[in-house]
Design a protein around this ligand. Structure first.
Ligand code: ZN
Ligand code: ZN
Length: 190
């Protein structure tokens, strides 16, 4: 698996981030989807629960059967378990590349202004970037994420109050809060 075949593309992310939430998660989901749908070469030798189910439930039958067959054969030989999931490790490598690309972009004033206005990081990715950016750029990460967190908090309080009154409004906010807290659904953010 070549993790650098199609590199991070923040221009694309900048157009869609308002709807799609965390920029890093969005890029990782796209990358992960490429890993499981194309049938990767070399094929994964062992998979975690999340990625086994992702392949079983959302990939075309030929790719899924082919991938799971080779893992099943390894299981018969007693080899498929006790190894770390290869898709997880490809996604982790890509995650680090995306974080590094983000840090480079953040040093560009145009991107920094855009990010300040639009935001677009889940808390786990904001934490990771905070640990990796030069100290002078920490506030550029923290300030939009705190603003997004406060906005979500206000929406969640409104939902709670309307639900208590028996007329819940905008339940879609729950998914946005979950993504903000732990990253996009279907990704293993550690
Ligand atoms: Zn994220
Ligand atoms: Zn995995």
């Amino acid at each position: 698996m070549n993790t650098s075949a199609d590199g991070p593309n923040f221009a694309q992310e900048m157009e869609t981030s308002q709807e799609s939430g965390c920029l890093i998660c969005t890029a990782l989901k796209r990358f992960q989807s490429g890993c499981v749908h194309k049938g990767s070469d070399p094929k994964p030798q062992s998979l975690c629960s999340v990625h086994t189910w992702l392949i079983a439930k959302s990939v075309d039958a030929e790719t899924a059967a082919d991938t799971l067959l080779s893992i099943l054969e390894r299981a018969l030989e007693g080899k498929a378990y006790g190894f770390s999931c290869e898709i997880c490790s490809w996604v982790e490598q890509r995650e680090q590349a995306e974080l590094e690309e983000f840090i480079k972009r953040l040093q560009n004033p145009t991107f920094q202004t855009w990010f300040h206005e639009h935001g677009g990081l889940c808390i786990p990715h904001a934490r990771r970037l905070f640990d990796q950016v030069p100290k002078d750029f920490r506030d550029a990460i923290v300030s939009p994420v705190k603003r997004d967190t406060r906005t979500l908090k206000a929406s969640l309080i409104a939902l709670l109050q309307s639900a208590r009154a028996g007329t819940p409004t905008h339940p879609g906010i729950l998914g946005r809060v979950a993504e903000h807290l732990v990253g996009k659904r279907g990704l293993q953010i550690r």
